[in-house]
Ligand binder design. Structure first.
Ligand code: HEC
Length: 134
């Protein structure tokens, strides 16, 4: 009897997780992201963001699905990267590691949102992210 309730709540739970946590969501950078991150990472280019994403997916997806950059704060990513390299013996050229780190920080939960980059409007629909307000 109560079994009938499980699928509905499971589906709702999954939808909420996808909507709120962006688990495993690895966004493609755009020119808007380049503008958005200038205050915290001046000079970071679209090419560098794209290269960082590519290197991230290539280097970090062999053992587990890649974690969405938005799952962690910007100040957590450098330590996570370092720990993975150290404990899992992952060899990444330094210039690539830097690109990966800049990409992850640019899309972390604490990265500047579009509104902070001077885009008209206080809270553009879609950028409201409960876990980012910490
Ligand atoms: C050789 C296998 C391997 C590779 C490659 C790998 N990881 Fe991991 N990762 C693991 C394992 C195993 C765990 C599970 C928990 C642990 O050991 O910390 C993990 C957990 C994680 C976590 C969760 C952290 C936590 O505290 O639970 C993050 C984030 C992460 N990895 C990021 C990365 C990044 C970024 C890269 C690319 C530099 C990467 N991983 C590449 C094996 C790997």
């Amino acid at each position: 009897m109560t079994r009938r309730l499980i699928p509905a709540s499971t589906v709702l739970g999954a939808v909420l997780v996808l909507a709120c946590a962006h688990a495993g969501f690895v966004p493609q950078p755009t020119v808007l992201d380049v503008e958005r991150v200038q205050p915290v990472d001046p000079g970071l280019s679209l090419e560098e963001l794209q290269a960082g994403r590519a290197a991230y997916v290539q280097r970090c997806s062999s053992c587990h699905p890649v974690h969405g950059p938005g799952e962690y704060r910007g100040d957590q990513w450098p330590g996570l990267l370092a720990r993975m390299q150290r404990e899992k013996k992952i060899k990444i050229p330094e210039h690539e590691r830097v690109l990966i780190e800049r990409y992850l920080v640019a899309f972390s939960s604490t990265a500047p949102k579009l509104a902070a980059a001077g885009v008209v409007g206080q809270e553009p629909v879609g950028s409201v992210h409960p876990s980012a307000s910490r």
